[in-house]
Design a binder for this molecule. Sequence first.
Ligand code: F6R
Length: 260
Amino acid sequence: MEVVIAPEAQLAALAADAVERLLRVKPAAVLGLATGSSPLRVYDELARRHTENGLSFAAARGFMLDEYVGLPADHPERYRTVIEREIASRVDFAPGAVQGPDGLAEDLAAACATYEAAIADAGGVDLQILGIGTDGHIGFNEPGSSLASRTRIKTLTRQTREDNARFFGGDLEAVPHHCLTQGLGTIMSARHLVLLATGRHKAEAVHQLVEGPVSAMWPATIMQHHPHATVLVDDAAAGRLQLADYFRQTYADKPAWQTI
Ligand code: F6R
């Protein structure tokens, strides 16, 4: 696991560099797309590179991490809508190239199985962008999630619903209780994981992710088993890392030819 501690704008540029490098060598790459606040600067940077430098997503595919259950199709916080707004509509993905789990399906379990199959049919995710919840979730794999789980229905913790109430005008009751999420096993099947975390409220989750014992109590810790995981954090989110000095030194000494 590589940990980079840097200012937020630099983190976004590093993540965008990784996506750009991938698309240049593999235009038909499969990208894993997170929602929430953490990836927004990355999406801004990718949209900028598309507009100004011609970075193309025309042959690429995108798979969302998760979706709320039951939010109407026209709801502004439905993740399908958010991904469309924040990235898909700003670059040149082909129509239908970005998919998400169907939180409005009549048979939610079947929708999860269909989604797993779609990811597999696409050849798996090449680069997965991730955020982390204050309770250590990735995707919406809340504490107690099976470390081998695949896409399924989950119940959100009160903590996550409180954290996300800001997207619903601060109204906790408006935040759905249920979601469909790629499982930890699904996420671990991606070839490169790039997780972004900023702010002091993420410091404990980041400490557990990087330095804690691997445990379903902090689901993101499963990333310690991934062969290519990159954790991009600002000073505040790195605030509890015991190895912060080592990570800073390692990044300062990183050879110019070595990418994340
Ligand atoms: C979003 C997702 C979640 C968020 C996490 C952090 O698709 O899967 O794991 O990444 O809740 O959210 P933010 O970035 O809003 O702090």
